[in-house]
Design a protein around this ligand. Structure first.
Ligand code: ZN
Length: 99
């Protein structure tokens, strides 16, 4: 674990509920009720965060965490397009297809 004395803004991952520095998380914003990946961290709107880890992304999908933050049910297509946006912004790419 790295330790810094400077206080960084901490944000909570919607999957594991752990607070982490914002730079370690992927930021999403709600456009109306549609979640989009905020690739440069500057989009306006209500944001929520997810760890840059495949595990948390899987858990968010499995526990329907996106539904909770969007306050509606996202269908599978919407979830998979969201995950698709992620693989572009996540370094190294990722594959979160259900096997
Ligand atoms: Zn997490």
């Amino acid at each position: 674990m790295r330790r810094h004395k400077t206080t960084k803004p901490m944000r909570r991952c919607i999957a594991c509920r752990e607070s982490k520095p914002q730079e370690e998380l992927i930021r999403f914003v709600l456009k109306g009720q549609d979640p989009v990946v905020d690739t440069d961290g500057r989009a306006e709107g209500r944001g929520f965060y997810l760890c840059r880890s495949e595990e948390c992304i899987r858990n968010a999908v499995k526990r329907k965490a996106f539904n909770r933050v969007c306050k509606r049910n996202l269908d599978e297509k919407e979830i998979s397009s969201l995950i698709g946006q992620l693989s572009g912004s996540y370094q190294g790419g990722m594959d979160v297809k259900e096997s």
